[in-house]
Design a protein. Structure first.
Length: 236
């Protein structure tokens, strides 16, 4: 673990802090911290920043109630910037938006993996401005299958189907590794996030292979108990 004294604050005693949602990975805001606000953030486990315009400290959510509960703080390789992963109680932006980054300047045609999270959000009905509906695996499965039968421009899921089985298998392998890394680090929030990524990519594989959720349910049901396994490792 780094000590605060090892971080590189600028000539004004500040360091930029990129704040992201620990669950979704969405960038919420870019703010600045000084040594005092960083210490407060770590002590309270709540985001505290330094306002360059007001020249004072401000605890995010103190007036709005939209606190940001800190999951982790990581320095970059030069130790002059921070990545702060949080569980937000509400919008990060003072305009009421989930993220401060809402106005596109440029967007490439090739879809990014963030599209996967957005498409999974469609299944749960948790798009901005809508009340979240109960998440349903079947809804997500049908949404993924729809991206295969009716390709959607800009869809990460359609992009995976276009690339084919090898690309899908590569992603399943990568996400499995990321679950292992997060779990080994005993980072619960990151592990949950990576398991969700893995579950999504496994469902893409299921659609590609023509495997339904019922197929998997029936296989699990046929085993009856959790202490037996078809390909059981020898216990020594």
């Amino acid at each position: 673990m780094l000590n605060i004294s090892e971080l590189k604050f600028d000539e004004n005693g500040l360091i930029p802090a990129i704040v992201t949602d620990a669950r979704t990975g969405q960038v919420l805001t870019l703010a600045y911290m000084n040594e005092e606000s960083l210490r407060i953030s770590l002590e309270k486990r709540l985001s505290c920043f330094y306002s360059r315009s007001r020249k004072c400290l401000w605890l995010k959510g103190e007036t709005s109630g939209n606190y940001q509960h800190i999951v982790s703080v990581t320095a970059d390789c030069d130790r002059d910037a921070l990545l702060v992963k949080v569980r937000p109680d509400g919008p990060a932006c003072h305009l009421g938006n989930v993220s401060c980054f809402e106005d596109p300047v440029f967007e490439a045609e090739a879809p990014g993996e963030a599209g996967a999270a957005a498409e999974a959000g469609e299944a749960g009905g948790n798009a901005a401005g809508r009340e979240a509906a109960p998440f349903c695996y079947q809804d997500l499965y049908e949404l993924i299958r729809g991206r295969k039968t009716e390709k959607k421009e800009g869809s990460y899921t359609s992009y995976l189907f276009d690339k084919g089985l090898d690309k899908i298998l590569k992603k399943v392998g990568e996400e499995s590794t990321e679950v292992i890394i997060a779990a080994k680090a005993e980072d619960r929030a990151e592990t949950v996030y990576e398991i969700a990524d893995l579950a999504y990519h496994v469902m893409v594989l299921m659609v590609e292979a023509g495997i339904s959720l019922d197929d998997v349910k029936k296989e699990l049901a046929s085993r009856h108990v959790i202490d037996k396994k078809v390909k059981q490792e020898k216990m020594t």
